[in-house]
Design a protein around this ligand. Structure first.
Ligand code: AHR
Length: 538
């Protein structure tokens, strides 16, 4: 629990004022960090760094897909600047087609010659016309171009089991079935690889609505009937799992709900060891500030507002603990992963863009919230083995914003790029003795951090000084070995509400950072409102 505390009257005045570039800076706090380099925890799955790309607003159309005849440089209709930027993130998987869109989506609308595809409505998101120009093959082409893996959510709410089973046969069989021949005629003779299958989305809400028991009944049938037939992944029958079985993700709860968790985990436990119905449970939670979802400003906020975001971000830790405790009762060996496949800050939309397109700016504050969330996931890596930030381009807490031919990388993009060394690295415990950041009713440690050993043996550290005004001088030591230095990158800016714009895309960008232990311990100076990712030299 985060404690409330008394704030002096002068500070209250400062906190109540709108954002200002001159939030008073204060002198550095001291901190000590011990890296337990001789111990190790679970692997931080690369899939914690997944992306979500819903057919929503400009997330796909304009953001990823510009069409083959566009003046914007593209490969088979997919914009090349976005592909190039995403390749640097080593995106492990991209969740598609939704979100709420998934339970209205009929895959046959998105295959075959573009001019013959039906025009439909995107009924959840302001009802713009949906040309279906971006469909199955375009998505999988995009996945291949960025070097990622498919994470496809099938339509449980308004689709049939047969429709979903046919989609997977169309995608994955290597046998000359009618569906495989249709896939070949549409340009892809070889079976596709589908690593993850979502069985519906938010079936308690936009994907239903269904109560947990009704969902469980439907989920069990989908999970048994919708099969991946790719021989490189699956065995000959559902009792012979094959070399690289597709992982099925079922609908779990949002926020503080627990009914779905109880119901689906009970169903999982009831399945025999050879016919479990899923491998991961989905969980959704978005962060907002004092005003609530879609209402907090993306670009103008006081320190009091900022402090509320910090406090609300740490709620993720409590929510994961609650969900994990329930899962532990049914699955103490932690075979089922918790997949936080929608998370991020949900802010006021950009002026001039339809509100239901969910296009928002993204500041240094949001980058700091992303780093805190990634650290929370890493600390729960034994159970949390997947996560997908919402969303990848032009929607919610995106990596990239586009405007016709223009493109920019958001501060959150830079966090994901800086965190690449943590993909599949082994968690290393740390002790961090640090002052508290105190503002309004938020009181949390000033510095949040994780350490991990990458697969090449290198030791990595991420430290976020979340205090917007106070630097931190962190003295670093490791058990069992000296730390000689650190080299990496630092992300900060003059203001915590700083954003990148098409006119000035370089306001919030990482810069090189290094520190050496000159005959004594290694001391690192962390500026206020900064994220530092470093390789330690042992
Ligand atoms: O990410 C936007 C929407 O939020 C998704 O479509 C839905 O699943 C969630 O409610």
């Amino acid at each position: 629990m985060l404690a409330r505390f008394a704030i002096p009257a002068l500070l209250i005045v400062a906190l109540a004022c709108p954002t200002s570039p001159t939030w008073a800076q204060s002198s550095a706090a001291g901190a000590t960090l011990t890296v337990h380099a001789d111990q190790s925890g679970p692997v931080i799955s690369r899939d914690l760094f997944g992306q979500f790309a819903e057919q929503l607003g400009q997330g796909i159309y304009g953001g990823v897909w510009v069409g083959k005849d566009s003046k914007i440089p593209n490969v088979r209709g997919i914009r090349s600047d976005v592909v190039q930027a995403l390749r640097a993130l080593k995106v492990p998987n991209v969740r598609w087609p939704g979100g709420c869109f998934a339970d209205k989506y009929h895959w046959r609308d998105g295959i075959g010659p573009a001019e013959k595809r039906p025009t439909t409505y995107n009924i959840n998101w302001g009802a713009p016309l949906e040309s279906n120009a971006f469909g199955t093959h375009e998505y999988l082409d995009f996945i291949e171009q960025i070097g990622s893996e498919a994470n496809i959510t099938v339509n449980v709410g308004s689709g049939t089991v047969q429709e979903a089973a046919d989609w997977l046969e169309y995608l994955t069989t290597d046998q000359p079935t009618t569906l495989a021949r249709e896939r070949a005629a549409n340009g892809h003779p070889a079976p596709y690889r589908v690593k993850f299958l979502g069985i519906g989305n938010e079936s308690y809400g936009c994907g239903g609505p269904m109560g947990p028991e009704a969902y469980v009944e439907r989920m069990r049938i989908f999970s048994a009937m919708v099969r991946n037939l790719n021989p490189a992944q699956s065995g000959p029958s559902r009792f012979a799992p094959g070399p690289d079985p597709m992982r099925r993700i079922v609908v779990g709860p949002a926020d503080t709900e627990i009914d779905y968790t109880e119901a689906v985990m009970k169903a999982w436990q009831a399945g025999s060891a050879r016919s479990r119905s899923f491998e991961a449970l989905s969980f959704h939670h978005y962060t907002s500030g004092p005003l609530g979802m879609m209402r907090d400003s993306a670009t103008s906020f006081s320190e009091k507002d900022y402090a509320a975001f910090v406090k609300n971000t740490y709620v993720m830790d409590e929510l994961i603990s609650t969900q994990s405790a329930i899962m532990d009762r049914y699955d103490p060996q932690k075979k089922v992963a918790l997949s936080i496949d929608e998370w991020g800050v949900w802010l006021q939309g950009m002026p001039g863009v339809p509100p239901l397109f969910l296009k928002q700016q993204n500041s240094l504050r949001d980058a700091i919230m992303a780093a805190i969330n990634l650290n929370i996931f890493a600390r729960h890596a034994d159970r949390v083995r997947m996560a997908n930030i919402a969303q990848m381009v032009n929607v919610l807490q995106s990596m990239i914003l586009t405007d016709n031919e223009k493109m920019l990388l958001t501060p959150t993009y830079h966090v994901f790029r800086m965190y690449v060394p943590f993909q599949d690295a082994t968690f290393i415990p740390i002790d961090l003795a640090v002052d508290r950041y105190s503002a309004a009713d938020t009181q949390v440690p000033q510095v949040d951090g994780i350490a991990a050993r990458a697969r090449d043996g290198k030791l990595w550290l991420s430290l976020t000084n979340l205090d917007p005004t106070r630097p931190a001088d962190v003295t670093v030591a490791a058990t069992g070995r000296p730390i000689r230095g650190a080299v990496g990158e630092l992300l900060t800016a003059d203001r915590v509400d700083a954003v990148n714009t098409f006119e000035s895309p370089g306001i919030v960008v990482p810069r090189p950072f290094s520190a050496q232990a000159a005959g004594g311990p290694l001391v690192m100076h962390l500026p206020p409102k900064s994220i530092t990712v470093l390789r330690l030299t042992e």
